[in-house]
Design a protein around this ligand. Structure first.
Ligand SMILES: NC(=O)c1ccc[n+]([C@@H]2O[C@H](COP(=O)([O-])OP(=O)(O)OC[C@H]3O[C@@H](n4cnc5c(N)ncnc54)[C@H](OP(=O)(O)O)[C@@H]3O)[C@@H](O)[C@H]2O)c1
Length: 342
């Protein structure tokens, strides 16, 4: 790989993972308010699986550099930025652009990574950790002793969510493929096989009075079950539409359908609540959004240092082998996050 210059992975259009391209150039210079981050770890998220199918609800036009989040060291600062940032390790959520050896980021969008946390470990909890933290602590607000249902409990977001909930004294029922059940039991989670097809009935057996919250990234028809499984006063947090990843057609329609349901359910006088969680909600109010993101990611890093949550790196794969990394992440055979490294 080109050690001195810029290397970027480009998504040229709707392609199989092998259709990703490499682009080489000069390392960018930080403009006013910006820093250059030399990437040490960048993640393969579910978002890139949707983007390569043209199915992420607000992806930019092709071609573009994917990469939702990254961790790296600041190597240059622009005008108005404290030069002392140079040499520090930071994390950033960029939605696209992270799959590159060097990334320009607004300094205000970077969050310091504490000493003692390695780049790949930190990477696993940037978007996944903030998502899990905000859904649990800002949206659902379940008390200790309560019970929640986490779909995809062994996935990237699910893993962090489960551990944060357990650390807060919350009981967890988690759906996952059977091969993950032992790992879930070891974390104190009651596993349910979503592939067996009777998820709602099984959850009702385990929690006859309903659950205090359901976290649902699957969407599709099963979302109605998620709503019906709530106890009085319970909260549904829908945050994805994994069920429609391979369905041809509009990228916005699946989310719009969920939003319509959420509106309808909230209008019912039944004391239950539904949200569609979007990590970018409120991003137009930049200062408030940045402050909240930084505060929440800092909490997640602290939870990682305390050992409340553990980082699960499924594989470390060099950036120039991004197709292999995406293929692996999509294979459904790994537990934890596939991380790209320089
Ligand atoms: N709204 C937001 O702001 C936001 C932010 C971040 C992520 N997300 C969404 O979060 C979701 C998860 O992302 P991720 O990176 O954690 O993905 P991931 O690591 O691929 O995990 C997804 C998990 O979903 C499980 N799964 C698949 N189909 C399922 C079903 N029908 N029922 C229950 N579980 C099922 C899989 O479980 P098995 O391996 O056990 O089969 C897999 O572990 C994505 O849909 C993503 O778009 C949304």
């Amino acid at each position: 790989m080109n050690a001195e210059g810029l290397v970027e992975v480009v998504l040229p259009g709707k392609v199989e993972p092998e259709g990703l391209e490499l682009r080489y150039g000069a390392v960018p210079t930080a403009g006013p308010g910006q820093v250059v981050v030399r990437m040490e770890a960048t993640g393969v998220s579910f978002a890139e699986q949707q983007m390569r199918r043209g199915k992420y609800y607000d992806q930019p036009p092709f071609p573009f550099v994917p990469g939702y989040d990254l961790v790296g060291t600041v190597t240059g600062t622009g005008a108005g930025v404290d030069p002392a940032l140079t040499g520090t390790r930071v994390a950033a959520m960029v939605k696209t652009g992270g799959w590159a050896s060097h990334v320009l980021v607004d300094a205000a969008d970077t969050v310091p990574v504490p000493e003692g946390i390695g780049p790949a470990e930190a990477e696993t909890v940037v978007v996944n950790g903030v998502t899990a933290w905000q859904m649990l602590h800002t949206k659902a607000r379940v008390r200790a002793g309560g019970t929640v249902l986490v779909h995809g409990a062994n996935g990237g977001v699910g893993t962090v969510l489960v551990q944060l909930a357990r650390a807060a004294g919350i009981k967890v029922i988690g759906t996952a493929s059977p091969r993950h059940h032992d790992a879930l039991r070891a974390q104190g989670v009651t596993p349910v096989d979503y592939r067996a097809g009777n998820v709602a009935a099984r959850v009702r057996e385990l929690a006859p009075g309903g659950v205090d919250a359901v976290f649902d990234h699957v969407g599709g028809p099963g979302l109605v079950d998620s709503w019906r499984l709530l106890a009085p006063g319970g909260t549904l947090v829908s945050y994805g539409s994994a069920a429609t990843r391979d369905v041809e057609g509009s990228k916005q329609l699946p989310v719009l359908k969920i939003l319509a349901r959420v509106l309808l359910w909230n209008a019912l006088p039944n004391g239950r609540h539904a949200y569609f969680y979007n990590i970018w909600a409120g991003a137009r109010a930049k200062d408030r959004f940045r402050a909240r993101l930084a505060a929440d990611l800092t909490q997640v890093f602290a939870a990682l240092r305390r050992g409340d949550i553990s980082a699960r790196v499924a594989a470390r794969i060099p950036l120039d082998r991004a197709p292999e990394a995406l293929r692996l992440a999509e294979s459904g055979t790994v537990a934890g996050k596939v991380v790209l490294i320089p």
